[in-house]
Each structure stands twice: as C-alpha cells, then as structure tokens.
Design a protein around this ligand. Structure first.
Ligand SMILES: [Zn+2]
Length: 206
C-alpha cells in the first residue's frame, strides 16, 4: 500500500499543531477564556460603583498602592476588599424621613401608627410599599436601585424604644445597608454582601 504524499503532509501538520496545543492546553484555555486585562477590571469596577452607588465617593488610591503586587488576582481581590470596606464604613446617620401627603393616606392610617405589642399593623404591606415609592425605589443610605421585593423597610427609632409605624419613622434600605445599619449588629463587618459578590465578578484573572 502506498500512502498518498498529501495525506502524510497534512497529517503531519495537524499533529504538529495538536501537540503544542495539548502541552500548553492550560495557557491556551486561559488565553481564550480571559475576561480582559487590569485596565478592563479597573474600568468595570469604577463604572459599576459610580452607576450603582452615586451617593458614595469611593477613593481609588488603593489601585496605585497595590501595583507592586506580583500576583494579579491577589491585587484585584485586595482592591475589592478595600472598596467594600469603604462602602461599609460610609457614614450615614438615620434621621426622620419625609411625610406622605394627607390626601394619599387612608382612614385607619393614624390609629395604626401606634404599635401594638409584638404585632405589625394589618396595613404593614401597604406602608412598606408607600415607603419604597416615597424613596423612589432606592436605598436611602447608598442610593442603589432595588426592587420592591428586595427592599428592607426599617424603623429610624426602633419600636421597642418608642418608635411608631408612621412614615417619618420608616426608611428603605438595600440588603447590604440593612445589615450595616441594623442596630442589633455588634460590628459593621458583613459577610456575603451583594456589593462584594458583584465586584468579584469583575475580576479578570481566572
Ligand atoms: Zn444601600
């Protein structure tokens, strides 16, 4: 049997291509699946923070401070940790909120503002919805847009300290700010925050 010369040449070329592809498969995989370089990471992080948290002015000096780090992934994670801690430490004082115009209130509104021991008023869902709408669907602390089902409505003055269910005592917060401002927390550090999860998605190193 005589092998066709074209067949031998093309076969050899294919093998010559496949062998290095196999040897360097990890590098090849990383090349095709990489999500971008550091610049992309930096732009995506800044863009995310500026569009989602217009109320917080982040300090990005960590980007220059961390450029001595040889490990690219470690550097990006350190930057994220710094930005998340700025988010957590952002100062916000809970204060009395805006009233809702009398014309929009219902007949039992006033009497249901007074707390009854251990029981939410029967119009609580309506109060939450009105508070969310008054706050324009945003977290009052950080300014992030939230859906009505993700909104936490909390009390400025806790019920156990004499606060009521009136709108001036209600405020809309996102899930992260609710954890931070929750008076029952001993320290401000929060685990599994939404902001951190979202920032980690911007890491460009596998
Ligand atoms: Zn928030």
């Amino acid at each position: 049997m005589v092998l066709d010369i074209d067949f031998i040449i093309s076969g050899s070329i294919i093998i010559a291509i496949l062998i290095p592809l196999y040897i360097y498969r990890k590098k090849v995989y990383n090349f095709f699946t990489r999500k971008g370089d550091f610049k992309t990471f930096e732009e995506n992080v800044k863009n995310f923070l500026e569009t989602h948290y217009p109320k917080i002015k982040f300090d990005y000096s960590i980007i220059n401070k961390s450029n001595t780090k040889k490990d690219e992934k470690l550097r990006q994670i350190l930057i994220i940790e710094d930005l998340v801690s700025q988010f957590i430490n952002y100062e916000y004082e809970l204060h009395t909120q805006k009233s809702i115009h009398n014309d929009l209130l219902w007949s039992t509104y006033k009497q249901n503002c007074k707390p009854i021991k251990g029981k939410l008023p029967n119009d609580w869902a309506k109060r939450k919805e009105f508070t969310y709408r008054r706050d324009n669907g945003k977290c009052k602390r950080c300014g992030v847009n939230i859906t009505s089902s993700d909104a936490n409505v909390i009390f400025i003055k806790p019920i156990e300290n004499g606060g009521g269910y009136n709108f001036e005592n209600l405020i809309t917060l996102c899930v992260d700010c609710n954890k931070i401002l929750n008076p029952n927390r001993e320290n401000k550090n929060i685990k599994n925050s939404w902001i951190e999860d979202e920032l980690l998605k911007k890491v460009t190193v596998n």
